[in-house]
Design a protein around this ligand. Structure first.
Ligand code: NAD
Length: 454
């Protein structure tokens, strides 16, 4: 690991990664490698957890191609030096900001969208002119090894290298000195990464998880709300960091909401053979999720199959904040539905939990929408929609508090891997004598006057 990091640092110091033309060429190469080997990518992810070509394209490759397309198109603009005002005190002169790459970057990926979550930060790091070491999650072993095989064949390891492995390999990487660490995963491991980065004062972006609520109000379009929430929850069998973790529904519409969700689940006909449902990633998670289903609370679903690592889309009713299912991020196809009578009471209860990655509000009321958006703190979210905010690259994506720090996607990703170097540039033909000793009352008076116009 030490040798690899040193090799990348030496390469970075040659300045080879900085020209915009180099970055665009490498991004194109990455796109070509993915495009040429799409079949291998589809096969690997299907072998890992039965994720279909349709879902892999829509929720992973499509987003990566989009990131590359936007980065190549807008890179010159993002990387351009930006001028800012200079202020009277420093005139004549000019002020500007240079966006410079940070250096050698480490990207640690999560397993649930293995291509997207590993490669979108890599694209951002490349666009910003860095070298990158990618450590994908080891849990989907086939996707990890196909990424390693394809990228390590196509790229110089001094520029981009995939290192496979689990805890020991990640620990060994975290012992090295990087210029940036970008981590996607659990809050618990995020703390380990943050601690390791602190030793070398390495900047981090932490993309973590949490319990993302959906608030369903009595005035919402119930049918559309159920349709969108059911899709967002059971996509990837609930193994989505921004999936609605639980629903807070106004008690007056709770039964109609449950009924509408059940209809939507039945209409979708979730099944492996329909290519619209995936397996639970491993036996540990299967057992954990099974343990969260309290049979007495099941409104719909609840069926499980161990060999298939299958958990049926499940709706739970009569759930309270004290239940086991409300003590941790679910990260699976179980949707607890809780009721409220007063919106402010619901918001107070939600705010007692750590700040979530997302929040979804379903209402026709402008006033209530603004009230929720202004009251709760969360990473990002949507109104009358769920999950889809991730697809807009103009919306920085990231958490707050326990759900993470920093953000990426589009220009936000470029900025996450760049340093803003601030420069004041002055000619030498003129100098105000005011700042130089000997100090005097009249100089101070002039400084105060000038500051008023700065
Ligand atoms: P995880 O934290 O278990 O693993 C993430 C990465 O950390 C993996 O590459 C793994 O190899 C490594 N790792 C695991 N244990 C480690 C240790 N002790 N020391 C060093 N490295 C270690 O997370 P996961 O199970 O892959 O993903 C699920 C979690 O990630 C959920 O909480 C989910 O909400 C969150 N998540 C967040 C986002 C986001 O964009 N914010 C996206 C996907 C998942």
């Amino acid at each position: 690991m030490q040798h690899l990091v040193e090799t990348q640092r030496t390469y970075f110091n040659t300045q080879a990664t900085k020209p915009i033309s180099f970055r665009k060429k490498q991004l194109k190469l990455l796109r070509d490698v993915l495009k040429q080997h799409e079949e291998l990518l589809y096969d690997a992810i299907y072998d890992d957890f039965k994720k279909s070509e349709f879902e892999t394209y829509v929720t992973e490759l499509n987003l990566l191609y989009h990131e590359i397309r936007v980065a190549r198109k807008q890179l010159s603009q993002w990387a351009a030096r930006t001028s800012v005002s200079t202020g009277l005190m420093n005139l004549p002169g000019k002020s500007y900001i240079i966006k410079e790459p940070l250096g050698v970057c480490l990207v640690i990926g999560a397993w649930n969208y293995p291509y997207q979550l590993s490669l979108a930060p890599v694209i951002a790091a490349m666009a910003a002119g860095n070298t990158v070491i990618l450590k994908p999650s080891e849990l989907p072993g086939n996707t990890s090894s196909v990424m390693a095989k394809l990228l390590n064949n196509a790229f110089d390891p001094a520029y981009l290298k995939v290192v496979e492995g689990g805890v020991p390999e990640t620990t060994a990487l975290l012992e090295q000195e990087f210029d940036k660490i970008f981590f996607t995963g659990s809050t618990k491991v995020g703390q380990i990464v943050y601690k390791a980065a602190a030793k070398t004062l390495t900047p981090v972006t932490l993309e973590l998880g949490g319990k993302s609520p959906a608030i369903v109000m009595e005035d919402c379009d119930l049918k559309m709300t159920a349709k969108r929430l059911v899709w967002a929850k059971f996509l990837n069998a609930g193994q989505t960091c921004i999936a609605p973790d639980y629903v807070m529904v106004h008690e007056s519409v709770a039964m109609r909401f449950l009924e509408a969700c059940k209809t939507e689940i039945e209409n979708a006909r979730y099944a492996f053979e329909h290519d619209n449902y995936v397996q639970i990633i491993n036996d540990d998670n299967y057992q954990r999720l099974k343990g969260l289903i309290n049979a007495e609370q099941v409104y719909y679903g609840g069926r499980t199959h161990r060999e298939e690592r299958y958990i049926q889309p499940t709706l739970l009713q009569h759930v309270t904040f004290d239940d086991a299912v409300m003590q941790e991020e679910i990260f699976g196809p179980i949707l607890p539905v809780l009721t409220y009578t007063k919106l402010d009471d619901a918001l107070r209860q939600i705010a007692c939990l750590p700040k979530p990655l997302s929040c979804y509000v379903f209402t026709k009321s402008r006033k209530k929408k603004h009230h929720v958006l202004g009251t709760l703190s969360f990473g990002g979210g949507a109104v009358n929609e769920a999950v889809m905010h991730i697809s807009n690259l103009d919306l920085p994506f990231g958490g707050v508090g326990h759900s993470g720090m920093g953000s990426y996607h589009g220009e936000a990703g470029f900025n996450a891997f760049s340093h803003q170097k601030s420069i004041l540039e002055k000619p030498t033909w003129f100098e105000l004598p005011l700042k130089y000793p000997p100090y005097s009352k009249s100089k101070l008076k002039w400084i105060k006057r000038l500051m008023r116009f700065s």
